[in-house]
Design a protein around this ligand. Structure first.
Ligand code: GLA
Length: 386
């Protein structure tokens, strides 16, 4: 974290020739359970992680927006007068998309001043840990302060989601930005994606001697193309055919009827979402009543549902999950949108090294690219840094 603070402060000063007015940061997230339920108005249970994006901002006296980062050589410049989704491309679409989206949520972009921003991050890109939501949320809290907008964090989450949907072009839900904005240390966020009511629930991993191991398969994925959008379309079709506003309105008792009405593929997509919503609620209850050691079976069941019903896993994710379980993890599943990215393995601290070695060896035997394994902790959400 201190490294990032130094890089963005120095980066800002050398790129823009003055010290920044302030620093803000926001974390990536990992989803403990509740996958592809957010855009179905359902439940999710993610947490903010101890990997962050830090942004240094300075306000300008004109209407120019200048964006620079330590991961791109060039700076991008645009006038506030030209801020529109069709004028945004590449990585700068994330920060500039947020500036545009704030205008859609009440900021008067005709009146606000321009800005310079320098960005750096240690959230791994493409690992399914929401490096993009971390940028969006950091920029959203910063501009909310600097432009004195007074927007609530739930609104800022919708701002980030709108930027992602319209400026970046990925039809994603509200989970990632909500976790990044609402997360708290050692806790996960139980979010109702219909009402955006959120409850912060202590995880108790430390007391139970557990850690959450990330297994980044390094199979890259993009949610602006292909599978993610087609899964979303299947869910919408299923809801339409069953006469409900969204799949959130169904329970497992409705699945018999769904079986009669839907084709096999749509039925399995619907069954995943309906049972996953149930598993999220069961996980929260189990965690409260019996602690984290008792949630392993729910994580395992979630993975099978994504592998067989929703069909968003890949061989590397299945191998990661199976091997981690075999080496002593108490529960494991792919996390995030799927088609690559990372798996999580809830693992006793004493077995982290053994699970890491087993997964690494299994990938080598299958000839897969070497995975990256590391432990994450639940951290605080977005905020002002200094
Ligand atoms: C991606 C999206 C989220 C969510 C997950 C799947 O991470 O950004 O909105 O849909 O996939 O649960």
């Amino acid at each position: 974290m201190n490294d990032l603070i130094t890089t963005v402060t120095d980066g800002f000063t050398s790129r823009f020739g003055a010290a920044p007015a302030g620093l803000w940061s926001a974390p990536g997230r990992v989803n403990l359970i509740g996958e592809h339920t957010d855009y179905n108005d359902g439940f999710v249970f993610p947490f903010a992680i101890n990997r962050r994006t830090v942004v240094a901002f300075g306000l300008r006296s004109d209407r120019l927006l200048r964006v620079a980062s330590s991961f791109a050589e060039e700076s991008v410049e645009l006038s506030l007068d030209d801020l529109a989704p069709e004028n945004l491309a590449g990585w700068s679409a994330y920060p500039l998309g947020v500036a545009w989206a704030l205008g859609q949520f009440g900021a008067d972009l005709a009146l606000v001043p321009g800005f310079d921003v320098f960005i750096d991050s240690d959230v791994p890109i493409g690992a399914g840990l929401s490096s993009s939501a971390a940028i969006e949320s950091a920029v959203a809290v910063a501009l909310n302060d600097l432009w004195q907008l007074g927007l609530d964090r739930r609104v800022l989450a919708r701002v980030g989601q709108l930027a992602e949907n319209r400026a970046v072009g990925a039809p994603t839900g509200i989970m990632d930005q909500s976790a990044s904005l609402l997360g708290e240390a050692d806790s996960a966020v139980f979010l109702d994606c219909r009402t955006l009511e959120a409850e912060v629930i202590p995880l108790g991993f430390d007391a139970a001697g557990l850690e959450l191991l990330i297994i980044d398969t390094r199979v890259s994925h993009a949610h602006s193309t292909g599978g993610y959008a087609s899964r979303r379309a299947s869910c919408e079709r299923g809801a339409r055919m069953l006469g409900v506003t969204s799949l959130r309105d169904l329970t497992v008792d409705d699945l018999d009827r769904a079986l009669d009405v839907l084709d096999d593929e749509t039925f399995r997509r619907v069954r995943h979402v309906v049972t996953e919503n149930r598993r999220v609620q069961d996980t929260v209850r189990t965690l409260r009543e019996h602690g984290p050691t008792a949630i392993g079976a729910l994580l395992d069941a979630s993975h099978l549902s994504m592998r067989d019903d929703f069909e968003i896993s890949v061989p590397e994710l299945d191998l990661a999950v199976d091997t981690a379980r075999g080496a002593g993890a108490i529960g494991a599943r792919m996390t995030g949108g799927g088609f690559g990215g990372a798996a999580i393995a809830l693992t006793p601290s004493a077995l982290i090294a053994a699970v890491t070695a087993a997964v690494t060896a299994a990938f080598a035997v299958r000839g897969f690219t070497a995975p990256d394994l590391f432990v994450v902790r639940a951290a605080d959400g977005a905020g002002r840094q200094q």
